[in-house]
Design a protein around this ligand. Structure first.
Ligand SMILES: [Zn+2]
Ligand SMILES: [Zn+2]
Length: 386
């Protein structure tokens, strides 16, 4: 089962689809044009069922194999873009100012469309394939919303698979790892309230800037002094804001913002707990009031051991080899689907391109047949027609 010839034949057409989606990026749940295009194509392919509006703008296609079977394999792609101003200057560059497919979800959507077309044409499997196109991977938790909307039960999905293109990894090569793979991504917003006043009368004020500065430094000790050094933990302050610009005014408040990344639930609890304790300690030290709003976002994305083996087996068939992927401290909301059902997530090399989320990034169309072959291969491998 190397790269299927059908996908090589379809490559010019699939490339045109990918570039059309790239030129029309949509953010979060606002993926109306993309979802409508996907649904139209799935109907053209002859999917047995096409359902729109799952998880707001999510689309699901159902394809039954030529042999009945109890297995239902879900394949997932994400459809949303990012709020980035594209600088590639390519002919198919974004036509929407400030929006860009900088994570390659245009490519993921196209690869899953290609796989759906092939599966609907050949139906060489026993059971059911469910193709899942989700909105809002980049921060909106579209996967969670689709799962909450009954995705898994409604279509009887028994296992679920997904992929991401990976710049810096040789084009079309595969890499995967079992167990925790992508980090839990939490966010925090901290407000420090002091007492503002004249900058020449420090004895009369409670300076929120001094308290905020100490807090930023103290938060660094969660990773360096509290966490076991062999674990993985990132605590990053990404915003520090105070004052209106006057040289002679101490402001009333300061704000911090940032992210916490972990791959282990115990470390996640530790980071949240220590953040609250350190904030309380700094507040007591300076007489300020510090409010910490800690928001748990995407959970750790955990690949099933058996499903990782299945995914790697198909990857070896398609690409000749499957490497060991590194741990990723970025988040991925496919984690919610993997909490709901067994499954696995694999990386496909995008070659030597700009990194994802960069304004010069572009998805590598050469890897479309590889992704299509792996996605459709997962169905044929897991639902063998005998
Ligand atoms: Zn992304
Ligand atoms: Zn992405």
């Amino acid at each position: 089962m190397p790269v299927k010839n059908r996908f090589a034949e379809w490559l010019p057409e699939l490339t045109a689809w990918r570039r059309d989606i790239h030129a029309h990026p949509e953010l979060m749940f606002d993926t109306h044009r993309t979802a409508a295009t996907v649904a139209e194509r799935l109907r053209e392919f002859g999917c047995d069922e096409v359902v729109e509006g799952i998880g707001r703008t999510g689309v699901v296609g159902v394809i039954r194999g030529r042999v009945p079977g109890v297995g239902v394999v879900g394949l997932r792609a994400d459809m949303d873009a990012l709020p980035i101003e594209e600088t590639t200057g390519l002919p198919h560059a974004s036509t929407s100012p400030g929006k860009m497919h900088a994570c390659g979800h245009d490519g993921h959507t196209t690869m899953l469309l290609g796989a759906a077309r092939y599966l609907a044409e050949t139906r060489n499997f026993a059971g059911t394939a469910v193709v899942i196109f989700q909105p809002a991977e980049e921060g909106g938790g579209g996967a969670r919303v689709m799962v909450e909307d009954g995705l898994m039960d409604r279509f009887g999905i028994t296992e679920v698979y997904g992929l991401h293109n990976w710049p810096g990894q040789p084009a079309g090569s595969f890499a995967i790892r079992p167990g925790p793979f992508f980090a839990a991504t939490d966010e925090f917003n901290i407000t420090i309230t002091g007492r503002g006043g004249h900058a020449a009368k420090p004895q009369e004020v409670i300076d929120p800037i001094v308290a905020a500065s100490h807090l930023v430094l103290a938060l660094q000790t969660i990773a360096s002094r509290n966490a076991d050094p062999v674990g993985q933990l990132v605590v990053s302050v990404t915003l520090l804001q105070a004052g209106g610009g006057a040289h002679n005014v101490i402001p009333q408040t300061a704000r911090l913002r940032g992210t916490v990344r972990t791959l282990d639930p115990a470390l996640r609890d530790l980071a949240e707990g220590r953040m609250q304790e350190i904030a309380a300690g700094v507040a007591a030290t300076f007489g300020a009031v510090i409010d910490v709003d800690y928001i748990r976002s995407y959970p750790v994305m955990v690949n099933g051991a058996a499903e990782t083996e299945h995914a790697a087996a198909v990857a070896r068939d398609v690409g000749g080899a499957c490497g060991d992927a590194p741990l990723v401290m970025g988040g991925e909301d496919f984690a919610y689907m993997l909490e709901a059902r067994p499954g696995a997530y694999i990386l496909v090399g995008n070659g030597d391109t700009a990194p994802v989320h960069h304004p010069d990034y572009d998805f590598n169309d050469d890897i479309i047949p590889t992704g299509c072959s792996w996605l459709s291969g997962m169905v044929e491998h897991r639902l063998r027609a005998g």
